[in-house]
Design a protein around this ligand. Structure first.
Ligand code: DGJ
Length: 695
């Protein structure tokens, strides 16, 4: 992979399969030239057409890497600032560039004011993903205030409209995919909630004539867990542009003398088909995004007590669950909400992170030792950023919660958000987590966050509109500090389910809680949406007793779905029959055999439960010597579904062996992928897991 500067101030970023090309024109303006599969001649040129009339400015028609507010730019811009003399115009031109190893930095500077802006790009030897961000630098003495500071802008080659995929979700319905075509005007996917929310995803997927296996697919994912904005627009000339970064709707950043600021990164790529997009991002996240301590290790099978016991935890009852969990093969036992302060329900206790003496009269070690003796690790739940007004913490430090003295702070789930931008709050939060982990054998933290922000008065900040960034950064920093000190500690990000589950969170947390909706039928849709641009191993998936539809799915069916992520168990195991426990044991054993394929392999989405009536996903090892296929259908209509079960992702030239319904098959990869095995799906709760091995 390389970065080349051509003679005419054109920069070519080369990845394994793609070129990304930008250049500087004779006026010093940054211009986008090309993004797509490699063009071997490499003789890129700038578009010199600059037609302008009284109402169409040339500037407005350019494809740019970053568009600055000012002059005759009337369309959406990516950066907007005000100088100390109140001038709100940016006049930015090329100054210099620097290529160091795999990074390109093109420095632009204002013609009059002491502002420099670096357009930064990084390429990787093992991937087609490109990292983009910008750095703004104040090289003068006066403050510069930014009203808008996005991370990246993209323009696509075709003038025909692009379709976009994002998610339109909610609590319990995260990652539900939605599609739209942007023909004109703008489409926006964003968060105003302070964190990255359940509703939309901080990414774009723009495509033409694409499906899982082919067609032009452009994508970019913002690594940021605060308020974000993705906007896509198409102009009269047919140019489709996308911008993404920190949301400007309630934003402002002050850059003081000699300060610089890096925007959150965007990871972007071009592939043929959605399948390759997801595989590229999955592998990239494993290699370059997830925290290094567990990125390429398989995650343990966990048990979580929430759905079984909710707030009513005690040492004896958790140990009772733990004995069964250990017996069926669980490796990590996580006690959820309810163990601390005066926590009986969600009205009290958040903020008071001492072990509740009534529930644990002998402290936590009695439970932890018991769990360790059963051969499992122990994990525990926190909700560090929150406080219940009914807590000692709030009574002592009411000013630690975001508030305005003249407004009443609205409670959601009876709680308020702590102002994590305050250093003393950060120290408090780090302190209680560090203390508990230091004094107990705790290997796992579930870091929950159960409400969005409101009344965000942060009197400690000079520029309060930076709260979302600073709060987010504080969360990341505490996570990093904990991990640096406790190197074998895994941390899971939870925000009422999947409310903070993007590449920003995943740069600091090892995994996320995907959704409080653990119904296996709904999970098929939720998990499919998750798999688009998020790493599979980070997706915690539990087998529980939830059945939203009052038509219970079988235990095997629930395992089939939950095994397609990092498996967890969340049911009330004390009510499981011996037969149920046998089913759990058998499935957990199977999962342990194939989890490296699911968590670290390549996913091929063959059939989609919503579109095709049944689901078929394959996970294939990187060397294509092993694979596992999951098939599941809640119940097919019209009595049956016949199809040729064609596998995907195998090596055509290898021979594979597998057993299906008691029959052994040995076939070439080509046979299995082109012709397949005739198969029939019949009945309710249909589920099948096929382990495939190279002969
Ligand atoms: C919301 C989470 O999503 C649940 O899994 C559980 O941890 C509860 N919070 C506990 O209050």
């Amino acid at each position: 992979m390389s970065i080349t500067k051509l003679e005419n101030n054109i920069f070519v970023l080369e990845t394994k399969n793609t070129h990304y090309v930008m250049g500087i024109d004779k006026n010093g303006i940054n211009r986008h030239i090309y993004w797509g599969s490699k063009i071997s001649s490499n003789d890129y040129e700038l578009d010199t057409n600059g037609d302008e009339n009284s109402n169409h400015s040339a500037m407005d028609s350019y494809r740019q890497e970053i568009t600055f507010f000012g002059g005759t730019v009337y369309r959406e811009c990516a950066v907007k600032a005000e100088f100390s003399d109140k001038c709100r115009e940016l006049e930015i031109a090329y100054k210099d560039y620097k290529i160091s190893e795999n990074t390109l930095c093109v420095t632009m500077a204002d013609k009059h004011y002491p502002l420099e802006i670096d357009l930064c790009y990084e390429v990787y030897d093992d991937s087609d993903i490109i990292k983009r961000w910008i750095t703004v630098r104040n090289i003068g003495g006066d403050e510069i205030i930014f009203d808008k500071l996005l991370s990246a802008e993209f323009s696509f080659p075709s003038e025909k409209p692009y379709k976009f995929r994002n998610t339109n979700g909610a609590w319990g319905a995260e990652f539900i995919e939605c599609e739209s075509t942007v023909e004109g005007g703008y489409s926006v996917w964003e968060s105003h909630k302070g964190a990255s929310n359940h509703n939309a995803s901080p990414y774009f997927i723009a495509y033409q004539n694409a499906d899982e296996n082919g067609g032009d697919v452009y994508f970019g994912s913002l690594a940021y867990s605060g308020n974000f904005k993705v906007s896509a627009g198409r102009d009269l000339f047919g140019v489709t542009r996308v911008m993404l970064g920190m949301n400007d709707f309630d934003f402002s950043h002050t850059l003081r003398a000699n300060e610089q600021f890096d925007t959150p990164a965007v990871y972007c790529g071009y592939t043929q088909g959605f399948g390759e997009m997801s595989r590229q991002m999955n592998r990239f996240a494993i290699n370059h995004i997830l925290p290094k301590s567990f990125n390429n290790k398989v995650l343990p099978v966990l048990y979580n007590s929430w759905e079984a016991t909710e707030f009513h935890v005690s040492a004896s009852q958790q140990l009772e669950l733990a004995r069964i969990a250990a017996d069926i093969g669980v490796e990590l036992f996580v006690m959820d909400d309810g163990w601390f302060g005066q926590r009986k329900d969600d009205h009290a206790g958040l903020g008071d992170w001492y072990v509740n003496p009534d529930k644990f009269p002998n402290g936590l070690n009695e439970l932890i030792d018991g769990i360790n003796e059963l051969g499992m690790d122990f994990g525990i739940w926190f909700e560090p950023e929150m406080v219940n007004p009914d807590s000692d913490l709030y009574r002592e430090h009411p000013d630690w919660a975001y508030h305005y003295d003249t407004r009443s702070a609205k409670e959601l789930r009876n709680q308020l958000v702590l102002n994590m931008t305050k250093p003393e709050v950060q120290e408090y939060v780090f302190g209680f987590m560090d203390e508990l982990v230091s004094n107990h054998n705790i290997k796992y933290i579930k870091w929950d966050m159960n409400r969005p922000f409101s009344e965000i008065g942060a009197e400690n900040l000079e520029n309060r509109k930076m709260y979302s960034y600073l709060h987010t950064k504080a969360v990341y920093d505490i996570c990093d500090r904990l991990k640096a000190k406790h190197t074998d500690l895994q941390i899971e990000a939870c925000a009422s389910g999947g409310g903070r589950a993007e590449l920003g969170a995943l740069s600091h947390f090892d995994q996320v809680w995907t959704s409080d909706n653990t119904d296996a039928i709904d999970r098929m849709t939720i998990q499919s949406g998750f798999s688009m641009l998020r790493p599979i191993k980070a997706m915690r998936a539990w087998v529980t007793d939830i059945n939203w539809y009052n038509k219970p799915t079988s235990l095997d069916f629930r395992f089939n779905i939950a095994m397609q992520g990092s498996l967890g168990i969340g049911g009330e195991l004390r009510k499981y029959s011996d037969e149920d426990k046998k089913i759990c044991k058998r499935n957990i054993e199977l999962y342990k055999r194939i989890r490296d394929l699911v968590q670290l392999g390549d996913l091929y989405r063959v059939y989609n439960s919503d579109k095709d009536e049944f689901l078929m996903n394959m996970y294939v090892s990187e060397d294509k010597s092993r694979a596992v296929a999951f098939i599941a259908a809640r119940g097919t209509r019209f009595f049956k579904k016949k199809f040729n079960m064609r596998f995907a992702g195998l090596d055509e030239d290898k021979t594979y062996r597998f057993s299906l319904d008691g029959k052994e098959h040995t076939k070439s990869g080509a046979y299995l992928m082109k012709l397949g095995i005739p198969y029939r799906i019949i009945g309710n709760n249909f589920n099948k897991i096929i382990e495939i091995e190279e002969v």
